[in-house]
Design a protein around this ligand. Structure first.
Ligand SMILES: Cc1cc2nc3c(=O)[nH]c(=O)nc-3n(C[C@H](O)[C@H](O)[C@H](O)COP(=O)(O)OP(=O)(O)OC[C@H]3O[C@@H](n4cnc5c(N)ncnc54)[C@H](O)[C@@H]3O)c2cc1C
Length: 439
């Protein structure tokens, strides 16, 4: 009999498998899709240039990820940040440098004050028990409600809303203030989340994040195209039913976003908070767009390729060209409301829409434009990650983290540090492995 069955072959499930196997345990990863990697997915252009449809960056604070990358000699390069950034407002574009865009003086003071207040509040989060909330009001409010009450100028509110939506992958009216604070705290502050140099966008996988998945896949046992639909967890073992037969183990580690657990049947049923967790932690709505150009021509105009748009289809873009600039690559994100407005359109229509948005931003058509709308991936359901609306953390936070032996959980949503990121996926795997081997 297997010791542990891991459900979900994303980076979290594979890393957990690696760590359990390193302790001599017999482990098998079951992945429903025909590829491993989940929210990490590298494809290639006809010329062979790597395109990351999912995660692609690592920051200097991502110590677990960097340790693995170094050990496996996976190439990374710094994201290009030289030159001016652009703020797009309607038909107008304004050059600026640094993280905060050029706003009217009153709006700038207002925004600075708002961000400082948010950072101060985030220090109140206890990362190991975020369901213990010093002021229950903070979990009852949406981020939008807090913003309306705490920012005075329309311009600061607009910039704040776009900036935070881009980080969280949802609109401020969807997410609780407390979830925002937990997210900020789990990254060690707001700057590591929003900054490129020195922050979460600092280093790019030169050959695609798929290399990280390949390195883990070589060291673990897994089966793809094996979709789990039922878990029987009576007594000291688990029976896992899939489209490819039944597997039995002493424990199961579910390495899925909580929202994806809604399609699983548990016998006996999970206790109510665990059951409802899958309904209460929806996935964000982000469409990732990657465009390829003959060369990074914007650099010749003194531009960094980093744009922040208060009105356009792509809220934010970055220069993700290779280090030698052999060709140009821009990565952009359609987030929240704007991404969701296009969910009804066909992938071809979306692609044309984003190609035009990029042409307007950079003045030239791209050679290739790829768009990945994660809401159309049935096994993940959205991105970057799941988030809680009001009441989520106080009511369901414990169910997110605490195991129900022989059932254990990992995946980036369950992480205390860098929740939502590759680093969080590894951190959550580490915790689950420790819980599992201690029991
Ligand atoms: C567009 C985008 C950009 C991002 N950018 C970054 C970035 O630059 N840096 C960063 O650090 N993070 C980034 N992220 C987040 C990062 O990709 C994720 O945090 C991480 O990959 C999550 O890994 P996971 O293993 O927790 O979950 P997942 O990758 O979602 O893995 C879960 C797996 O479970 C499988 N599964 C689901 N249901 C079943 C079932 N019933 N049976 C069997 N298998 C099942 C799924 O197919 C999937 O493979 C980004 C994500 C996206 C989508």
């Amino acid at each position: 009999m297997l010791e542990v069955i891991i459900i979900g072959g994303g980076v979290s499930g594979l890393y957990a498998a690696y760590r359990l196997q390193a302790q001599g345990l017999k482990v098998l990863v079951l992945e429903a899709n025909n590829r491993l990697g989940g929210r990490l997915w590298t494809i290639h252009t006809p010329e062979g240039h790597p395109i990351d449809l999912g995660g692609q960056w690592v920051g200097p604070q991502h110590t677990r990820t960097l340790t693995w990358i170094e050990k496996e000699k996976i190439p990374l390069h710094p994201t290009y940040t030289k030159g001016d950034n652009l703020l797009i407002k309607g038909n107008k574009r304004y050059r600026y440098s640094g993280t905060i865009p050029r706003l009217a003086w009153a709006a700038l003071v207002d925004l600075g004050w708002g961000l400082a207040r948010l950072k101060r509040l985030a220090r109140q989060v206890r990362l190991e028990a975020p369901w213990e909330i010093p002021n229950p009001h903070w979990d009852a409010l949406t981020l939008r409600a807090w913003m309306q009450a705490n920012l005075r100028t329309a311009e600061a509110r607009e910039t704040f809303a776009v900036g935070l939506a881009t980080v969280l992958g949802c609109e401020p009216e969807e997410v609780s203030l407390w979830h925002t604070l937990v997210y900020i705290r789990s990254a060690g502050g707001l700057e590591p989340l929003i900054e490129t140099e020195g922050g979460a966008q600092a280093l790019k996988f030169s050959e695609g994040a798929g290399k990280l998945i390949e390195s883990l896949a070589q060291k673990t046992s897994w089966k793809t195209e094996t979709q789990v639909h039922t878990l029987r967890w009576r007594g000291g073992h688990v029976e896992v039913e899939t489209n490819r037969g039944t597997f039995t183990a002493r424990a199961a580690l579910l390495a899925l976003p909580p929202a994806a657990m809604g399609s699983l049947r548990f016998e006996p049923p999970l206790p109510p908070p665990y059951q409802q967790l899958s309904q209460r932690m929806p996935m964000g709505s982000v469409t990732k767009v990657v465009a390829i150009y003959d060369r990074p021509f914007w650099r010749e105009e003194g531009l960094s390729g980093h744009t922040l748009s208060l009105t356009g289809a792509l809220r934010i873009t970055f220069d993700t060209s290779p280090p030698d600039g052999a060709y140009g690559q821009i990565t952009g994100f359609g987030v929240g409301r704007l991404a969701r407005a296009l969910l009804h359109a066909s992938p071809e229509h979306r692609q044309a829409h984003y190609a035009e948005a990029l042409r307007q931003l950079f003045g030239r058509p791209a050679r290739w434009v790829y768009q990945k709308t994660w809401a159309e991936e049935p096994l993940v359901g959205g991105c970057y990650a799941g988030y809680f609306g009001p009441g989520g953390w106080s009511l369901f936070g414990q169910a997110l983290r605490q195991p129900l032996p022989p059932l254990y959980w990992c995946g980036t949503e369950r992480a205390a540090t860098w929740m939502g990121y590759i680093e969080g996926a590894l951190a959550a795997a580490e915790r689950a492995v420790a819980q599992l081997t201690a029991s």
